[in-house]
Design a protein around this ligand. Structure first.
Ligand SMILES: C[S@@+](CC[C@H](N)C(=O)[O-])C[C@H]1O[C@@H](n2cnc3c(N)ncnc32)[C@H](O)[C@@H]1O
Length: 220
């Protein structure tokens, strides 16, 4: 079983500091919601983001959406060999049941995340997605992996194929991918840093490469 963690993800409700900014107020009104009920989104809140610390990297629910679509629709997940978690910059953890079918449409995904922030579990009966407070270290402690790998452009260079072959040597490895567009991890955890390409790649590309190469070594 592979544990995939999308870590330090830029997924959050609009922070209090910019809730009365015109870009936020108008956006919330258009969507029939209150400013404290909507996700921060760099596409719509670009001018307000400049007022926030780390504003250049925040408000990227699209990264989480693409990583989750790729992971949940993977052969590895369909074979029951994958668990996926999202850890956010504000130390929330989203637990996702493998049978979850996420909306393909981005706007519907945003609506789903907003209701998860509000209710802490969606749908309330099945709890396919559940949100709890927790740091990345606490999540790792709970999972108890026998290997921790941090995907990082400055890590030890390994080809994707060789990395897949290495991962199958573990019973339940954890692989951490950054759910942010620029810069480095905010969380500090122990683990082996791995680079699978000479340049930085998008988080969802790394997710695909890791899952496909692990699957190839594990199943075929
Ligand atoms: C878009 S990157 C993060 C931003 C990157 N530091 C930059 O400034 O361009 C998102 C994540 O993908 C993973 N990643 C990106 N390139 C990688 C590479 N060449 N090898 C391994 N992981 C990589 C890392 O986990 C990283 O945190």
């Amino acid at each position: 079983m592979l544990h995939l963690i999308i870590a330090d993800s830029e997924l959050e409700l609009v922070p209090e500091k910019i809730r009365d900014h015109p870009s936020v107020v108008n956006y919330a009104k258009r969507r029939g919601k209150k400013p404290d009920e909507v996700l921060l989104d760099s596409t719509y809140h670009h001018s307000a983001l400049r007022l926030l610390e780390d504003g250049e990297r925040r408000g990227r629910p699209d990264i989480v959406h693409l990583c989750l679509l790729n992971a949940l629709e993977s052969i590895l997940n369909k074979e029951g060999k994958l668990r996926v978690y999202v850890h956010t910059r504000n130390n929330e953890i989203i637990y996702i049941k493998p049978e979850t079918r996420l909306p393909r449409n981005y706007n519907r995904f945003v609506g789903l995340m907003e209701s998860l922030f509000k209710k802490k579990a969606v749908p309330e009966d099945l709890e396919l997605l559940k949100m709890e407070e927790g740091t990345l270290s606490e999540l790792l402690e709970e999972i108890g992996p026998d290997g921790v790998f941090i995907m990082h452009e400055n890590g030890t260079p390994v080809t994707p194929k060789k990395f897949g072959e290495r991962l199958v040597g573990y019973n339940s490895p954890a692989v951490i991918v950054g759910g942010f567009p620029h810069g480095d991890f905010l969380s500090v955890v122990e683990g082996e840093k791995i680079s699978i390409y000479k340049e930085p790649l998008m988080a969802w590309t790394i997710v695909n490469e890791v899952l496909v190469n692990y699957e190839a070594s594990l199943l075929w």
